[in-house]
Write a protein that binds this ligand. Structure first.
Ligand SMILES: [Mn+2]
Length: 321
């Protein structure tokens, strides 16, 4: 539940600010992009001056699915010149998850942290961090407390955040209230937009992404007790959602996918079983996230050796699982 005091403080910091910068985590997913666009819709309704910036943003996907006013988008190199007096970070458990933008957090006197990650380290001056399926759900509840009525564009962005982080209501973080929330959102933005989002997220997969999936599937290895491990050796930036296909394999409780992304090795962890958390496993690699979905990033040194090492740790984990 959002506390009255949190709403009072939020309203306060916003009304005392002239220029607001919105940021989210590196490689923003549907919840990151959706909740950020949603909150920018709220700021817009107040007539506030705001900008946002992304790092490692999937232009093709999001510019088509959620076209927003791009005049409010800043390039990384233009952030300083904008001179914001308030930073709002959405869907990000700690500054390290912001990749190239992580240095931003310490530059602002007032930072608002709006999130739903259980391992959030409360890096803001105001932290609205709630147990929720998506940051989209948290912002929805903020508006409810504020008594603010979303417009259609904001509603669509909020719905995208919720659909993306619940895998359109299939992950274990889905709860009954979300159906009611999305029903209310559809009243505002229309069912046509619902189908656009679901199809855009799940039924418009590019061929190159499916080919990467082919490689990931070919490399799947099963360890005891339902742990599936796979990797992609190609430099694969846009791999969002691929792990869900491994997770969907019959008998799999935990799925792990390692792949190269430029000069990093990224590892994703998913659990299909509500009683099994993958956050601790991600923690072995310096990562974190949610019980059902976590991630870790390592600097790239020797990919073959690193994959072998990750495989070894996952195999050991599966033996005590
Ligand atoms: Mn999220």
């Amino acid at each position: 539940m959002i506390q009255k005091q949190e709403i009072v403080e939020l309203v306060n910091v916003i009304s005392n600010s002239n220029k607001i910068l919105l940021l989210t985590h590196d490689f923003p997913d549907g919840d990151a992009v959706g909740s950020l666009y949603s909150f920018s819709g709220y700021l817009s309704s107040l007539g506030k001056d705001y900008r946002f910036c992304f790092s490692n943003f999937d232009e093709e996907l999001w510019n088509e699915l959620l076209p927003v006013n791009s005049k409010n988008r800043l390039k990384v190199e233009d952030i300083t010149a904008y001179g914001a007096d308030l930073l709002v970070v959405l869907d990000c458990s700690n500054p390290e998850r912001m990749g190239p933008l992580q240095g931003q957090v310490s530059l602002y006197k007032t930072v608002v942290n709006v999130d739903h990650h259980g391992d959030n380290n409360f890096f803001g001056a105001l932290n609205i961090v709630k147990e929720a399926a998506a940051t989209g759900e948290v912002v929805y509840n903020i508006y409810k407390e504020l008594g603010w009525q979303m417009d259609a564009v904001t509603a669509k962005a909020t719905m995208t955040a919720i659909l993306a982080d619940t895998g359109r209501f299939q992950y274990v973080n889905t709860h009954p209230e979300l159906f009611a929330i999305v029903a209310k959102i559809v009243d505002i933005c229309g069912m046509e937009e619902y189908f656009k989002i679901v199809q855009g997220l799940y039924e418009e997969v590019t061929l190159s992404k499916l080919q990467l999936l082919g490689k990931a599937i070919a490399n799947v290895e099963f360890f005891g007790n339902g742990v599936a491990f796979s990797y992609i050796e190609d430099n694969a930036t846009l791999t969002e959602g691929l792990i869900d296909q491994i997770r969907a394999i019959k008998g799999v409780k935990v799925a792990v996918l390692a792949r190269r992304v430029d000069n990093m090795v990224k590892i994703s962890f998913r659990s299909k079983d509500k009683t099994v958390s993958v956050r601790e496993l991600a923690g072995k690699f310096g990562g974190g996230g949610h019980p059902g979905a976590s991630g870790a990033t390592l600097p790239l040194t020797d990919l073959t050796k690193q994959i072998a090492e990750i495989r070894k740790i996952v195999k050991e984990y599966s033996e005590n699982f």
